[in-house]
Ligand binder design. Sequence first.
Ligand code: GTP
Ligand code: MG
Length: 744
Amino acid sequence: MGSLIPGDGGQFTEYLWDVLMAMQPPKRVGLIRKLKEPPAAPKFDIAWYGPQWKIFLKALRDEDCSYWAEIYEKAFTNNFQLDKGEYKRRQEVPEEIKNLGPAAVGHYLERLKDQLTVSRLNEARILILGDKGVGKTTLARKLIDPNANLPDENESTKGVDTTLWDFPGDELRARIWDFAGHVVTHAAHQFFLSERCLYVLVYDGRTDNPERLKYWLNHMKNHGGNSEAVLVVNLKDPHQPQLPINTLQEQYHLRKVFWLNLEKDNNKLEEVRSYIHTYVREHPTWKKTVIGDKDYAVKQELEQLFGPRGNKNGEELISKEQFERIVQKHQAPKPEQLLSMLHSLGVSFWYPDLKGYDTLILNPEWITDGLYAIINWLANKKEHCILSDNFPQAFADQFGEKAMRFPKDKHAFLYDLILQYELAYERDLVERELLFPHLLQEDQPKFLPQLDAIDSLLARFRCNSPLPTHIVSRFIVRHHRQIKNYRKQPQVWRYGVVLEGNKGNTALVRVVNWQLEISVKGPKPKELFVPIMDTLKDIFEQYKAQDSQLEYKIFENRWFDSEVIRELEATQSPLVHQADPSGKLLPLPSERFGLPSGLHVSGNMTFFQGDAQYHDASTKIETNVTFNFQECNVGLQTDLGDLITQLKEVGAELEAKELATAQQKLAEAKEIQDQEKAKIKMGKGLYRFLNKVNEEGTKLNKLVKGLNDGVSIAQDIAQQYNQIADWTGLPQVPKAFLKGEAGG
Ligand SMILES: Nc1nc2c(ncn2[C@@H]2O[C@H](COP(=O)(O)OP(=O)(O)OP(=O)(O)O)[C@@H](O)[C@H]2O)c(=O)[nH]1
Ligand SMILES: [Mg+2]
C-alpha cells in the first residue's frame, strides 16, 4: 500500500483511510479507495485523479474535515514536503480526541495552529478501583499525605471523591478519583473511567477471591484503552493471599504489584508514592497533551472560578453564555469546539446531545454526586424506581443542607443524563418515572416461560469472567417497551428479562453464570431474535474485555460459533436437522437464525433425518469441527498419570495425591455432554494445581522442574487443560506455561 506522503511510513495514509472510512455516506469510500491505492507512477500527479479530486476535497469539507482537505491539497502543492512539526502534532493527538472522529482531530490541530504558543495540560488522572472496604479511600488520602488518618469505618465512599495531588517542585499534578466499592454504584462508574489514566486497584489481602481482581481489570480494559494498572494488596493482617499475578500480567496491562499494610508500612507506602509519582512524571501521555495558549487561558479562568487548586468552594456550574464571555475575553476561537475539546480532555463537562440545557459543569463531582445520590437513595430504600418529583427529596436525604447544589432547574438535566447513559428507562412517560434495572431484585421470577423447545432459537455469549451488570441492564433499557407481563407483573429482574414480540413471539434473555443466554420461541421467532442479537452485539462491542464468544445452538447440546456454521454450510459438510416429527425440513441454520450476510450454498447439501443419521452426522461434525471433550479428557488423564507416577518416585506424596484427586474428577466428568455440568464436576482443583506449578519459587514449581521431562509433561497438561477449560468455561492457565523452561 503506497503512502501519499513520503517519509511517514504509511501511517498518514493509514490514518487518513480511517478518517475516510469514518465518513458518511459510505458510497464515497469507493471513490476514495482509488486515492488510497493509486498506480505507482502517476500518484504524485494531481491530474491523474481527474475531476474526482475536487469532489473528494468537497466531500471532506462537507464532513467538517477541512483540516484534512488542506493537508491533502498542500501535499501536492508542496511537492510532498512533509511538515515535520505538524506531522509530529498529528501523531500526538490525545486518544480521547481521536475517538471523537476525524473532524474533532482536525479541530484540535487547527486550534493549535491558530494560536501562538502551546501549553501543557499537566494534569494526570489516577483512578482508584476495588471492592467495598478494601482501602481505596485510605490509599487516596495516604498518597497525598502519608500521615493522614484512616477513614472511619462508617465513612464508605458514596460515589466518587476527587482530590488533587500536587507534586512539589513539579509542574505536574494528578487528580485522584476515588470510586465507591459498593456494588450498586458500579454501573455508573464506567462513565467516569477514561483512557490515558493510571488505574490503581486495591485488593483486601484477607480475602481469597482473585476473580474480583479480574472483574476490576476488565473494567479497566473495557473503558481505559491502553491505560495501565498498579495493584496494591492491602495486608490488613499478616495473611498473604495467593494471587495469580503472572496470569493477570499476561492478560492485562498490570505494571506493578505492591504488598503492604496501608496503616503501618510507611516505608512501603513511600515506595508506592514514589513509583506513582515517577510513573506519572515520566509517562509520555501527560507530557504530550498540549493546548493553545488562548485555550489554556480559558481553562485557567474556569479553574479559578471553580476555586483555586480545585478546592471546590467556587462555582460548580456556569451557563454557556458565561463561558462564551470568557472565551471572548481571551480571544480564543470557536467556543463550541472548545467546549467539546475540554469535555473530552476531562477538564469540564458539556453534553451537547442533551438539548435545551446550557450548563457547563466545572466540578466533575457535581455530576457524579448527583447521579450516585439518586442511585444510593433508591438502594437504601431497596427500591428501583424514582419519580422526577422525588429528586428534591433524594438530594435532601443524601446531602442535607448541601442539597442546594442541585437546584430544581437542574433536575431535568440529571434526569436526561441518566437516560442518555442508559442507566434507567422511563417507566412512566407522563409521570416522569425512571426505573433502574441494576437495582431490581436479583432473583428471577418463580415462573419463566419454557423456551428451549426444539424449534426455539437459542444463542449465548460466553465470557471469560463474570459479566458486568451493566451489560444486561443496558439491554433491558433498550428493549423495555417489549417487557412481558405475567399476572400483571413485568417479568424483569436484575439479570434478565422476558420480552414479547409482535406476533406472539417470546424471548428470554438472562445471565447464567458467566454467560448471557438468549432463547426465542414463537410462530416467527427470527423477527424477535434478530433485533435482540443486534442490540447485544452492539453492547458487547463496547465491553471487549469480556472476550465474549457468540454461539448458536443447532442441535441438542451442540453449540456452534457463527463462523463454524458458515464454514459447514459453505463446505457442504453434512449438516443435521432436528428430527422434526412432521418430517419437514427446517431451514439452514444461517437462515433460521438470520445470520448476517447471505451464504453461498449450492443446492446439493445433504440433510439427515431421524435418529440413526443424527448420531452419525453429529459425530462427524464433532470430530471435524468442534472440540472433542472425551478424547481430550482421556489424553489429559494419561499425562496426569505420568506426572503422578513421577511425583511419587521423588517422594512428593502429597502433591501426587492432590493431582490424583483432580484426575479422578476428570474421569468422572468424561461422559458428561453438558459443559456446565462438566465444569462443576471438574472443579478448579487442576487449575489451582497448575498455577502452583507455574509460579516461580513454589515447591511444586521446583519439583516439576527437577523431574525428567517434568516441564514438557506439565506443558502438555496445561495445553490440554486449556482446551477443556475453553469448552467448559473454566479459567485458563497462562499460554506461556512455565516460561523459558520449554523442553525441560
Ligand atoms: N487496621 C486497618 N484498617 C484499615 C487498613 N486499611 C483500611 N482500613 C480501614 O478499613 C475501612 C475501609 O477502608 P476505606 O479506605 O474506607 O475503604 P474503601 O475501599 O474506600 O471503601 P468504600 O469507599 O466503601 O468502597 C476503614 O475503616 C479503614 O480505616 C489497614 O491497613 N489496617
Ligand atoms: Mg472509599
